[in-house]
Design a protein around this ligand. Structure first.
Ligand code: AGP
Length: 625
């Protein structure tokens, strides 16, 4: 069974490439889409105007680059075409939902990047007017809207159709009624026109697909529509008013474009976190209503409210998120919780309890140990919920329900934005269940939601310290052992910081509960063992205990790097280095404290010359045992 999802999650993130000119379109479209695969892929498709001025199209789920050998058999020939490589944000990526989408008579074809918010209303209206739909996507509505308003002028039909649409779109459109025309339109989703020469154009959602043909590009702005023919280009707004645009020169080379100017995908993804945490909150933390809404589990709230306990299962970084989930569910929702390594759980002779809610956490949705643990639980007759990033992944297809991260493709092998999105989803689940279990009064809920919606901006404040953390890395990159300490919610943060360092810089690093240090690891402390201590949340009763741990380390001439709350001046006298983070509600401190640890690990690894995006011996998804 597939994840439920709520309306706000419809739409898709993807790559769009279209061409009109004198060359065979299909090879240009294929190579263009391959440049956009880093944006994610779970299905792809093409539509080409053939010599008889009919539209031939081909689409299927799967990875474009894995299907390339079959593409030559598609038999698509023509000099005008559109294409898309889709990263679904809802619904299983299957043949019907793949783009392009067409109108009733298959005379108009289009590819779309974005979300049509009012698609349900439009779809109902179109059905009343006799339109027959093939897919359950929001995109298909646009093709039928254009059909409905097509009175012989495709540009005008598109303008009229889009004036009825609410939401975001980047579109490539062709029609057999005007076989020598390619139309593009943009609102909220990027779309650029590559000017190869007058009468030859590449339309794409990302300049990465354009740059090998031309560096001369025109970026459409919201509300603009471009009509491209072999005679020239014509840009208007939705009221058919001509718009003058200046062509620009693409400044970046291809590799820089894919990383949007960052040196590595990992750094790009670290810097995406204000946006990805916002994506995990949007439509869910309803501050004006002082409540949390999670469409993916809405049918299971009675069950989840009344379970005896919760068990989180995951691997690696996702296991660290599960550990924070345990603290969150116990502290905020009052639900006894446990965390299991999926790789251990699947072989344990553990009774499966139907009065327990099992949550599997996975960025890829393909981790073999996590998937097999899920199957073991299902065989035991219990319910399993997913917290997953990749839509339509194996885990999402076998859970009873779940919540997507909406973090977008995570390319760097070391997980960063997926981790903070997992913790953001877990935080919202804990608040939601805490209210339903009568564990939280409205004032507490308000305070927690207020703090949550502030996190994206606070993360940005920490990212603004990137240069300072890079300098810090210059002082510490030569050490061969690190110890990371934290307590409470930040014990898992310490584990995650240690994992980040070891998996990309190959430095040995251990995370430990701060108090446990005196039960052994303190024997390791000397001037050659830097100790990173998460020491935020000064109001917390355990802060003083953390200070005691710091003093124990200091007494052994340890180098201490502290993550501390802004305004805490006294800690400077105790430690060697301080990285300050904004103050937030205690339960959210991992979301802030992990950011400097991600950056510290990244910069140390770069200085050490490591392959940050593809560390040795590691895979992005451990889908085999
Ligand atoms: C995290 O940085 C690692 N790449 C790895 O531990 C990862 O978290 C683990 O393999 C689980 O992957 P998943 O979230 O896709 O299931």
């Amino acid at each position: 069974m597939h994840f439920a999802f709520d309306r706000a999650e419809r739409g898709n993130m993807c790559g769009i490439v279209a061409y009109i000119g004198k060359k065979d379109a299909t090879p240009i479209l294929i190579n263009g889409l391959k440049r956009l695969l880093y944006r994610g892929y779970d299905s792809f498709g093409f539509a080409v105007m053939n010599e008889k001025n009919n539209i031939d199209y081909f689409k299927k789920p799967g990875r474009l680059d894995e299907e390339e050998k079959n593409l030559s058999k598609m038999g698509l020939e023509g000099a005008t075409g559109i294409s898309q490589s889709r990263w679904a944000t809802h619904g299983e990526p299957n043949q019907v939902n793949a783009h392009p989408h067409v109108d009733c008579r298959e005379e108009i074809a289009l590819v779309h990047n974005g979300i049509i918010e009012n698609y349900a209303t439009l779809k109902a209206w179109l059905k009343e007017h006799g339109h027959k739909f093939r897919s359950d996507t929001d995109t298909e509505v646009i093709a039928h809207l254009i059909e409905e308003h097509n009175n012989g002028d495709l540009l005008k039909a598109v303008q009229k159709a889009l004036s009825l649409v609410e939401g975001t779109y980047g579109l490539g459109i062709i029609s057999k009624h005007e076989p020598n025309t390619l139309i593009g339109a943009r609102k909220g989703s990027p779309l650029a026109v590559g000017v190869v020469k007058n009468g030859e154009y590449i339309l794409a959602s990302d300049p990465a697909a354009i740059i090998e043909h031309t560096k001369k590009v025109i970026y459409l702005d919201d509300g603009e529509v471009v009509k491209l023919t072999r005679k020239g280009m014509h840009i208007t707004n939705l009221e058919n008013k001509k718009v003058q645009k200046q062509a620009q020169e693409i400044q970046w080379d291809l590799e820089q474009i894919e990383k949007t100017g960052f040196d590595h995908f990992m750094l790009k993804e670290i810097f995406e976190q204000p946006q990805t945490i916002e994506n995990a909150i949007r439509g869910r933390a309803l501050i004006n209503e002082n409540r949390i809404q999670l469409g993916g589990v809405s049918d299971w709230l009675d069950f989840l409210t009344n379970v005896d306990r919760v068990v989180f299962l995951a691997c690696g970084t996702s296991w660290h998120a599960g550990l924070i989930g345990e603290y969150l569910f116990e502290h905020i929702a009052g639900i006894p919780s446990e965390v299991e390594y999926a790789s251990e759980f699947r072989y344990k002779s553990v009774p499966i309890d139907t009065r327990t809610a099992y949550f599997v956490i996975s960025q890829s949705g393909e981790t073999a140990d996590t998937l097999e643990s899920l199957r073991k639980i299902k065989q035991g007759g219990a319910k399993v919920f997913g917290i997953v990033n990749v839509v339509g992944s194996s885990i999402t297809r076998e859970t009873d329900a779940g919540v997507y991260l909406h973090a977008g493709p995570e390319i760097g092998v070391a997980s960063t934005k997926a981790f903070t999105s997992q913790v953001t989803v877990l935080s919202q689940l804990a608040i939601l269940l805490g209210v339903r279990r009568g564990k939280a009064v409205p004032k507490e809920v308000r305070s927690r939601i207020d703090a949550l919606v502030k996190i994206p901006l606070q993360v940005q404040e920490i990212l603004d310290q990137n240069e300072k953390i890079k300098q810090l890395a210059q002082k510490y990159y030569k050490f061969n052992n690190f110890l990371y300490l934290g307590r409470g919610f930040n014990f898992p943060t310490a584990l995650e910081g240690a994992l980040k360092l070891k998996e990309i810089s190959y430095i040995h690093a251990e995370g430990y509960p701060a108090a446990e240090m005196k039960h052994g690891p303190i024997a390791l402390i000397d001037e050659n063992m830097p100790v990173v201590v998460v020491a935020t949340d000064t109001e917390d009763v355990i802060y003083q205990k953390v200070v005691s741990n710091i003093e124990e380390v200091k007494a052994r001439s340890g180098n201490i790097i502290a993550i501390a709350t802004e305004g805490n001046e006294s800690i400077k006298d105790l430690v060697t280095e301080v990285i300050y983070v904004p103050k937030t509600n205690g339960y959210l401190t991992p979301l802030l404290n992990v950011i400097p640890l991600q950056l510290l690990a990244y910069h140390i690894a770069v200085i050490r010359g490591c392959d940050v995006d593809k560390p040795r011996n590691l895979a992005k998804a451990v889908s085999v045992e």
